[in-house]
Design a protein around this ligand. Structure first.
Ligand code: FAD
Length: 460
C-alpha cells in the first residue's frame, strides 16, 4: 500500500526518519499542505513564504530525480490529509513530530482519523526526552544543556532513501505558482535572492563550508563584521538539514568552537521544550504584571508608534541598531549579537512591548521560528522562565565598539560609510550626515526612563 509522508518544516530527503520509514514500507506519496488558518497570527510571514516557495521547488526537483513528486494542497491540513488517505484506500501517514501548538493540535486530530505514525528527527532529542532528577521537564537552559550534552546518542544520520517508488496514480495537486508565496509589487525579495541559496543541497554546502570555520566560532560568532556563524538557521527552520547531521559532522573538531556551537544548537531544542510546557510563550509574557503597565503601547500612543516605525526601518540614529534592522529587511537574517542589541533597544530604550518585536521578526526573518523567536524575545525582555533581566540594559554604542561592528555598519548604513572606525559607532553631532537621523532618545535618558518605569511597575 502507498504511504503518505506529511511534510512540514522538514523539507529534505536525507536523515528524515518519516520519509525513510515510508519508502521502506511502500510507494511514497509526499504531501505538503499550506494551512494558513491553523497557525492564526503565526501563519508564515513574508520572508518565510519566500523561503518556503523556493524550498518546495527545490524538493520537488529532488523528488523528480527519483521519478516522484510532491502533492501540494491548501486548506485545513487535517482534512486534506484525511481526504488523500481515504482516496488512496486508507493509507498510513508518516510525519516528523513538530511542537508548535497548532501542529500538536493537528497531530492529535489527524490521529483520530488516519493511521498516523509520528517519528522524531527535527531536533537533537525529542522535546521532553531529558528530564530533571524528579522526572519533570527542565525550565532553565543551563541544566537542560548539560543533560543534552550527556544524552545525545552517537547515532549516524540516515541516508537519503536509495529507491523511492511511486503509486499507480497520483492524487491531484495544486500548482506552486498559484499559491502566490512570492512578493509581487513591490518585489522586496531581491536582497534575499542575492543572499541565499535555498534547499537541501545548499544546506549541505553551507555545512561543508562551515566545517573549517567552527574552530574559530567561539570568538568569531560575536563579531557582526565577519561571517563567523554558520548561517544555517533558515535551513534548520525549514528542516532542509537536520541538527543531528550538523552535530555529527562537526563534533570532535578541534578548538573551543565545537563546544560553544553545540550549546547554540541546544538552545534550539530548549526553545521547543519551553513551548511544549508553555504553548503561548511566543505571544504572552510568562511573568505576570508586564504589558501595558510597563511598556508604551504603539496602538494608543502616537509617539510610541513612531518610535516602533523608526526601529523597524532602521532609522533610530544608533548605527548598530539601524545596521541590524536594515540587514534584517534586506537579507531576511540578522547577526545574533545584533539581534540581542536591537531587541534590547526596542524593549528598554524605546520601552515598547517585546510582542511587537516578535511580530516584526516573525514577518521579516527567513528563520522565523515560533519557539526560538518567542524564547529569545522573552529572554531579552526579562519576562520569561529564566532569571529576570529587565534591569540589565545593553549599551548599544559600547557593544558596537567592543564587537568591532564598523565594517558591518558601513555595509548596511551607507550614509555613514565615509566615517572612520573611531567615529562610526556614535558619529559626533558635526559629523552626522544630513540624511542620517539624530538619536531617537539619548542612552542615559532611555536607561533612566526604563528603570523608573520598571520600579513603578514593581511598586504597583
Ligand atoms: P549559529 O551561531 O551558527 O548557530 C547554529 C544554530 O543554532 C542556529 O542556526 C540556530 O538554529 C541555533 N541557535 C543559535 N542561537 C540560538 C538561540 N539563541 N536560540 C535558538 N536557537 C539558536 N533563531 C531562530 O532560528 N529563529 C528565530 O526566530 C530567532 N529569533 C530570535 C530573536 C531574538 C530577539 C534573538 C536575540 C535571537 C533569535 N534567534 C532566532 C536566535 C539566533 O539569533 C539565531 O538562531 C542565529 O542568529 C542564526 O544564525 P546562525 O545560523 O548563523 O547561528
Amino acid at each position: 500500500t502507498p504511504q503518505i509522508v506529511w511534510l512540514r518544516r522538514d523539507l529534505r530527503l536525507s536523515d528524515h526518519p518519516a520519509f525513510f520509514a515510508a519508502a521502506e514500507a511502500g510507494p511514497v506519496v509526499p504531501v505538503y499542505v499550506l494551512d494558513d488558518n491553523a497557525a492564526g497570527e503565526h501563519a508564515y510571514g513574508g520572508a518565510s513564504r519566500w523561503w518556503l516557495h523556493h524550498s518546495l521547488q527545490s524538493l520537488a526537483s529532488q523528488l523528480g530525480a527519483h521519478h516522484s513528486r510532491i502533492i501540494l494542497r491548501r486548506g485545513d491540513a487535517v482534512e486534506q490529509l484525511a481526504d488523500i488517505s481515504r482516496e488512496l484506500g486508507g493509507t498510513p501517514v508518516h510525519a516528523l513530530r513538530h511542537y508548535e501548538p497548532w501542529w500538536r493540535k493537528a497531530q492529535g486530530a489527524l490521529a483520530q482519523q488516519v493511521d498516523l505514525v509520528l517519528h522524531d528527527g527535527n531536533y537533537l532529542l525529542p522535546a521532553g526526552a531529558v528530564t530533571t532528577g524528579s522526572g519533570s521537564p527542565y525550565k532553565i537552559y543551563t541544566p537542560f544543556s548539560k543533560a543534552v550534552m550527556e544524552q545525545m546518542p552517537p547515532r549516524d544520520a540516515l541516508p537519503e532513501p536509495e529507491h523511492i517508488s511511486h503509486p499507480h496514480s497520483w492524487p491531484k495537486s495544486d500548482d506552486l505558482a498559484d499559491w502566490g508565496l512570492l512578493p509581487t509589487t513591490p518585489d522586496w525579495a531581491g536582497g534575499l535572492q542575492d543572499f541565499w541559496q535555498v534547499g537541501e543541497a545548499a544546506a549541505q554546502d553551507r555545512l561543508a563550508e562551515f566545517e573549517d570555520d567552527v574552530a574559530a566560532y567561539d570568538e568569531a560568532r560575536n563579531m557582526p563584521s565577519i561571517d563567523g556563524s554558520s548561517q544555517l538557521s533558515p535551513h534548520l527552520h525549514f528542516g532542509e538539514i537536520s541538527p543531528a547531521q550538523i552535530w555529527h559532522a562537526l563534533k570532535g573538531r578541534r578548538g573551543a568552537g565545537w563546544n560553544t556551537y553545540a550549546k547554540e544548537l541546544i538552545w534550539r531544542d530548549y526553545a521547543q521544550n519551553v513551548i511544549c510546557q508553555f504553548p503561548a510563550y511566543a505571544t504572552q509574557s510568562y511573568r505576570d504584571g508586564y504589558g501595558d503597565r510597563l511598556w508604551r503601547n504603539p496602538n494608543s500612543d502616537q509617539q510610541a508608534a513612531q518610535d516602533l516605525h523608526a526601529w523597524q526601518r532602521g532609522q533610530t540614529g544608533y548605527p548598530i541598531v539601524d545596521a541590524g534592522m536594515r540587514q534584517l529587511w534586506q537579507t531576511g537574517w540578522m547577526h545574533n549579537r545584533v539581534r540581542m542589541i536591537t531587541a534590547s533597544f526596542l524593549v528598554k530604550h524605546l520601552l515598547i512591548d517585546w510582542t511587537q518585536g516578535e511580530k516584526w521578526f516573525w514577518d521579516t526573518l527567513v528563520d522565523a521560528d515560533y519557539g526560538s523567536n518567542g524564547v529569545n524575545w522573552q529572554w531579552t525582555a526579562g519576562t520569561g522562565v529564566d532569571s529576570n533581566m529587565f534591569v540589565r540594559i545593553m549599551a548599544p554604542l559600547s557593544q558596537s565598539e567592543k564587537f568591532g561592528a564598523a565594517r558591518y555598519i558601513r555595509e548596511f548604513v551607507p550614509e555613514l560609510a565615509h566615517l572612520g572606525d573611531d567615529d562610526i559607532h556614535d558619529p559626533p553631532a558635526g559629523m552626522r550626515p544630513a540624511d542620517y537621523p539624530d538619536k531617537i532618545i539619548g542612552h542615559k535618558e532611555a536607561r533612566e526612563r526604563a528603570l523608573a518605569a520598571y520600579r513603578e511597575m514593581k511598586d504597583g
